[in-house]
Each structure stands twice: as structure tokens, then as C-alpha cells.
Write a protein that binds this ligand. Structure first.
Ligand SMILES: [Zn+2]
Length: 173
């Protein structure tokens, strides 16, 4: 673990995490493909990782990792720029591979109340940002296809999440 008072020590933690992933044959896809990376990590972790478009909840900029009982959900800013989308997804994956605690969502929760706020007094956020930046350098400079193809399971997961938090129905686009 990093010394929480010494942010200079973050980079070795990230480098070690990425080296650990490489040893397990997990590489950052280039060209970038979030679905492919999540599939690989899900196989290693033994639980699915669903990609949920933030526009489903009226989000335009934020990203969020939700740790469910049997699956992980990454809500990503599907309407933002490709570079920002990739950075956001890698940030949430960073939380996941660095062993941080995910956000737990109770039925009926207001998802907007869980929106992350950029603040780097939380060491987990520093680590996740550093992971996203470092891992992003391993992908190509400017991502084209931002995420890959959403699966029917992703869409079903988004519907379940929306029902759970009482989100208004939003048409898939
Ligand atoms: Zn974060």
C-alpha cells in the first residue's frame, strides 16, 4: 500500500499493478476496447463487469463504479469525447484492480447523489487517476471506437440498475 501522506509513492503502486496484470496476460487493448478489457478482467475475477452508458441516467460527464453482489457495473460517459471516455473507464477499472471499495447502491437510491466529485484528498482517487493516466498511455493516443460493442447483458444490467434506483426510462441510442 502507498504511504497516504506521500503521493510521490503512487506511481510505483500503479506500475506494479500494471505489471501484475501483464503477468496474467491482461494488456490494455490498443486500439482501445473497453468491452474486451472488461471481459478479460471479468474472467480473471470470476464475476461479470457490465458497462452501463451514463446517458441512461442523464449523465454526460461522470463515471462511476458500482460493486454489486454478483457483478460490477461501470457507468461511463458515453456522450463525452473518446479520450475522456477511455480515461473515465480506466479510472473505474483502476479502482477495481487496485482493490478499492466500490460504491454500493441500495434499491431506490438516488444515483445522482453518488456522483463522484473531483477531489484528490482521497488517496483512492489519486491512485485511480494515476492508473487511468498511465494505462491510457499504453493504448493508442487518440481512441476511435471508444468502448466496443455493448452486449445484451450490458443493456439488461443497465435496465436492472435503472429499475433499482428508480431512474426514468431513457431510450437506448
Ligand atoms: Zn474515482
Amino acid at each position: 500500500m502507498i504511504d497516504r501522506d506521500r503521493p510521490d509513492d503512487v506511481q510505483p503502486v500503479i506500475d506494479a499493478a500494471l505489471a501484475g496484470l501483464r503477468r496474467q496476460s491482461v494488456t490494455i487493448p490498443s486500439p482501445w476496447n473497453a468491452r474486451a478489457l472488461c471481459d478479460r478482467l471479468a474472467a480473471l475475477r470470476g464475476r461479470p463487469i457490465h458497462l452501463v452508458p451514463g446517458s441512461r441516467f442523464g449523465w454526460w460527464f461522470d463515471h462511476l463504479w458500482i460493486a454489486g453482489d454478483n457483478a460490477d457495473f461501470i457507468v461511463w460517459a458515453d456522450r463525452s469525447s473518446p479520450v475522456h471516455q477511455r480515461h473515465g473507464v480506466l479510472h473505474e477499472i483502476g479502482h477495481l484492480v487496485l482493490g478499492h471499495a466500490g460504491v454500493l447502491v441500495e434499491p431506490g437510491a438516488d444515483l445522482n447523489a453518488l456522483r463522484p466529485h473531483l477531489g484528490y484528498d482521497d488517496p483512492d482517487e489519486v491512485e485511480a487517476e494515476c492508473f487511468a493516466t498511465t494505462a491510457g498511455l499504453l493504448a493508442e493516443t487518440r481512441p476511435g471506437a471508444a468502448v466496443g460493442t455493448l452486449t445484451p447483458e450490458d443493456r439488461a444490467a443497465a435496465d436492472r440498475l435503472a429499475a433499482m434506483v428508480g431512474a426514468e426510462a431513457v431510450r437506448w441510442t
